[in-house]
Design a protein around this ligand. Structure first.
Ligand code: HEM
Ligand code: HEM
Length: 227
């Protein structure tokens, strides 16, 4: 019989960073592209753009702090590819290209295909903040036109956002992890195929869940993490 476990995978800090960043980015996309298309840029649009930037900056700084100084799934190592994750990433791609007919593989926290993409996104967001903050006072950084950099960044971030939202919707639909709800309450659902009862503790454990957990390469643990 299958066993269902509900396990905390996303820390509160990561979830706060995610949702503040998500709302700020959506407002920045909307106001940015409207400014681009308005014949005379409305100053209120730029005000709203700066307001959203004021939320994005602390959220991204918090996320970058967690990448380097956080533990468990907050840490950069949870996004890095390794042999196992590359195989799972290939299976996720197969799921997309088969239009959902091929099975979605299991994973623990960050999606194995998307983990490295999130790291790249953080770089683009940093670049967008720097080009946004300085493009009016210093249009050129050496030979580089900061306005051009800002526009390229806007295309990349807008593209990421559209594909990301479609992808997480598909993962929630095709998998059993309740991924979108997990990004809100922190807990993913794991359906364990072969529960094995350990004699010492009487706990129910699963080989497959342990294997997923081992994919957390960061060995640092929260001090209150019992195992
Ligand atoms: C309604 C919109 C959104 C929903 C429902 C959503 C949902 C999710 C979910 C379910 C995950 C976990 C995916 C995984 O397994 O890897 C995730 C991760 C992530 N999302 Fe979103 N997302 C949304 C918008 C955005 C936006 C606009 C951005 C930024 C441009 C964003 C950036 C990220 C990042 C960077 C991660 C990785 C988590 C981390 O390491 O911080 N999301 N999102
Ligand atoms: C997700 C992040 C962002 C996106 C997608 C984005 C997008 C855009 C777009 C499309 C424009 C219109 C450019 C034009 O009129 O030709 C723009 C303009 C601008 N953005 Fe952003 N932006 C982002 C973040 C930021 C941040 C963080 C700041 C400030 C720190 C910023 C500051 C500005 C400024 C000052 C302008 C006006 C430039 C001008 O035409 O004089 N942006 N943005």
């Amino acid at each position: 019989m299958n066993e269902i476990q509900r396990i905390p995978v996303w820390s509160r800090a990561l979830r706060i960073a995610h949702w503040v960043m998500a709302v700020a980015v959506v407002v920045l996309i909307a106001t940015g592209w409207r400014m681009e298309s308005e014949p005379l840029p409305a100053s209120t649009l730029l005000d709203d753009h700066f307001l959203a930037a004021a939320f994005l900056i602390p959220a991204i700084l918090l996320r970058i702090y967690l990448l380097f100084f956080g533990t468990d799934t907050d840490h950069i190592s949870d996004c890095e590819p390794d042999g196992n994750r590359l195989r799972s990433a290939a299976a996720v791609l197969k799921y997309y290209f088969s239009l959902g007919r091929s099975p979605l593989p299991n994973w623990y926290a960050h999606n194995p295909l998307w983990g490295p993409v999130y790291l790249l996104l953080f770089l683009f967001l940093l670049m967008q903040i720097i080009s946004g903050a300085f493009q009016q006072s210093h249009p050129y950084l050496g030979m580089v036109n900061l306005h051009d950099i800002h526009i390229i960044g806007a295309y990349v971030i807008t593209g990421f956002t559209v594909v990301h939202v479609v992808a997480v919707f598909l993962h929630d639909l095709g998998g059993s992890g309740s991924d979108i709800s997990a990004m809100i309450n922190g807990h993913r659902i794991f359906v364990l195929k072969k529960p094995v009862t350990t004699q010492q503790s009487g706990d129910t454990q699963s080989v497959s869940l342990d294997a997923l957990k081992r994919s957390l390469k960061n060995k640092k643990k929260h001090s209150n993490d019992g195992g």
